[in-house]
Design a protein around this ligand. Sequence first.
Ligand code: UD1
Ligand code: CA
Length: 455
Amino acid sequence: MSLDIVILAAGQGTRMRSALPKVLHPVAGNSMLGHVIHRARELSPQSIQVVIGHGADMVRERLAADDLNFVLQDKQLGTGHAVAQAVPELSADTVLILYGDVPLIEVQTLQRLLTLVNDQQLGLLTVDLDDPTGYGRIVRDANNRVSAIVEHKDANEAQKAIKEGNTGILAVPGKRLGDWLSRLSNNNAQGEYYLTDVIAMAVSDGLTVATAQPLDAMEVQGANDRKQLAELERHYQLREAHRLMALGVTLRDPARFDVRGEVTVGRDVMIDINVILEGRVVIEDDVSIGPNCVIKNTTLRKGSIIKANSHLEGAIVGEGADAGPFARLRPGSVLGPKAHVGNFVELKNAELGEGAKAGHLSYLGDAVIGARTNIGAGTITCNYDGANKHKTVMGEDVFIGSNNSLVAPVDISSGATTAAGSTINQNVAAEQLAVARARQRNIDGWKRPVKIEKY
Ligand code: UD1
Ligand code: CA
């Protein structure tokens, strides 16, 4: 069975009160439309059509990809009109219609819906709601078969009492769709071409309408305003927290944990409160992450420890290594096994070898640091001359005294020592001691200045 997917994303979203088109508003760091496209791809369709209108240029620019075809709906004349714009692009046996502002839909729900559709049958996703205000109502005949959908604004009192609502998500036989859409009229309460009128047409053409329901009503919840957006965000986060806990992660508080990307986890991982994981994050077994850490596009190898208030981006933390509290690992930071980075240490494009240590108050940029080397407190690499970046290279078992300035390019070979307070701008050979600071003078009989009286 071949599949085309049409994603409706042309609506304005007035209630967002935003310059950003509604479907670009983010849930968990990805646009709502981005989530829907991700789901669509999981179904391996032959095409994905995205119907755009409001903010079309911005939507196209942000989401452009080889496997997406954008279709412009100039005026938003209704959901039926929106799908009709994509019809010339469709050729598959089945057409699945998704909404660009309904981001939490699960792939299993869509797969179940797709099993219902064939030449003689449509698949319609419905949801039972305590308060179905605003939703199209699913009208069933005496045999409980779906006969039509009536929009809230067109419904009579008896129809308004129906609790089964239309999610808008629908799978139809592709061959029939164009014909039905061409027969739609806008003679209704909103003066729109309703996609939902296709249901009654299909029934009168002798097809049946089979229904499926999502496992969780939040899957089909759209976001029309920022309150609903926040509800989707919280729901997404809780779902992600539950998924990670099921894989063997301890979350000190699942309500204070956010994922904005894709996270892979091992077992017996411990995550304290207010941790944000962004982009692609890989967390191996026995890792511990302290409170208030932001970790982006980073790999944490087995048994590594990230202490409170650390910020990591584009880093690799080796087996048994630790960083923080208040560590900042910027892109290109690599900590070898059992390496240690303490408080107020910033690394950028810097590698610490196995067991190497930078305990306090340092900036290490464009540096390669050998195994077991110790970087004294307050040490900085002067890696930038105002025009270019230069490299600092240290061998194994180097001892850098406190408060050193290492003026790159500079090489400090294995076993070398530098004295505290040194400015090192020449290479140091293996096992040498480099002292590069003014000699101390002690002056006898020094008179301190006295305060001058003011009148
Ligand atoms: C629609 C359904 C209703 C269902 C509800 C679920 C119709 C007529 N009604 O109503 O049965 O219960 O969704 O939320 O289909 N869009 C376009 N172009 C348009 C109009 C809409 O792309 O011309 C897009 C919107 O951006 C949105 C989706 O289609 O993503 C739904 O449109 P919306 O106006 O929210 O439909 P509802 O009136 O809520
Ligand atoms: Ca809606």
